[in-house]
Write a protein that binds this ligand. Structure first.
Ligand code: SF4
Length: 310
């Protein structure tokens, strides 16, 4: 049985490059442009941007997760760390207490590193960084500390997909698995449901290309676990809110056909979604089926299909 045993960041750690990148990202919080909101607030002096995050790291929870994609879960689970606050702030967010209300505990870099080590000791297959964008500097610095303590698990960058290229380039060689959402195929929906983020489709498409350039197609090792590559999630929404066919078309035309795409069926109206009628009900079996058929017709061959027997 032969598979990747060293995570990407170890090489950067050995040359000092990992710490340098962490310091660079940290300095960007003085006029914050860590995400496409580019608020320019000084988080290092305690100001909070659109994401409601200052330089204080807030973590909501960390634990082995058995509800993520099967190639990330395996037998030991995916070692999830849920970060509080969010830069996208969707009205239908299932984790709204964490993302919108910022519930969680202030956490030092040492403590974040210790969480990673704890998840490794529990037998998790990876460190799954959920909503990492606004805390990317903290994460890179903490990974450096954790590597010194023996961390050897691959990092999963579990993001909304709305990422600046400049930031992603600092993660080249740090992240092993990119797990981005591709939420919307059109900017009108993105603006309506995600706090004015009409740039979402354009920025996310460029981000996906950069992620693919860095890590390539995700392929399971002989034990069924994915340790490297790009895994895209698309949440099908009711009434074509997510413009799913455009999402599928773009992936099929711009990334390899064997790109891992998880077509998610579990949408339900959470948080404020009941006030947004097109998004105020679950997705139907027929709506989900149409998206799966569109993906197959477009030639995508590595679909993770959940929910409905079709
Ligand atoms: S990470 Fe937060 S403070 Fe920084 S640009 Fe994005 S929303 Fe603004």
């Amino acid at each position: 049985m032969k598979y990747r045993t060293q995570p990407s960041y170890l090489a950067l750690k050995q040359t000092g490059e990992l710490q340098e990148r962490g310091r660079m990202l940290w300095s960007m919080m003085s006029k914050c442009r860590l995400c496409p909101r580019e608020c320019s607030v000084n988080r290092l002096e305690g100001q909070e941007g659109f994401c409601h995050a200052s330089s204080k790291l807030i973590v909501a929870s960390h634990h082995p997760h058995f509800g993520e994609e099967a190639p990330l879960v395996g037998k030991g689970g995916s070692g999830t760390i849920f970060f509080s606050n969010c830069s996208l702030r969707c009205v239908f967010c299932i984790n709204w207490e964490i993302s919108h209300l910022g519930s969680g505990d202030e956490t030092s870099l040492q403590e974040l590193a210790d969480m990673m080590i704890h998840l490794q000791k529990l037998g998790c297959h990876n460190i799954n960084l959920v909503t990492p964008t606004h805390y990317v500097a903290h994460i890179v610095l903490a990974v450096g500390i954790a590597a010194d303590k023996g961390l050897r698990l691959p990092l999963v960058y579990n993001t909304c997909g709305w990422e600046r290229l400049e930031i992603l380039r600092h993660l080249d060689g740090v992240v092993d698995i990119y797990l981005p959402d591709f939420k919307y195929g059109d900017g009108i929906s993105a603006a309506r449901y995600s706090a004015g983020a009409d740039s979402y489709p354009t920025i996310t498409k460029n981000a996906l290309l950069e992620m693919h350039r860095q890590v390539g197609v995700a392929k399971p090792d002989t034990d069924g676990i994915i340790r490297h590559g790009l895994m895209i999630r698309h949440l099908v929404m009711p009434n074509n809110v997510s413009a799913s066919c455009e999402v599928i078309r773009w992936i099929a035309q711009n990334l390899p056909n064997e790109t891992y795409v998880n077509i998610m069926s579990q949408y339900r109206p959470c948080y404020k979604a009941l006030h947004y009628p097109p998004a105020s009900r679950p997705v139907s079996a027929e709506e989900y089926k149409q998206v799966v058929e569109a993906a197959r017709d477009a030639g995508l061959t590595n679909l993770d299909i959940q929910g409905f027997p079709i």
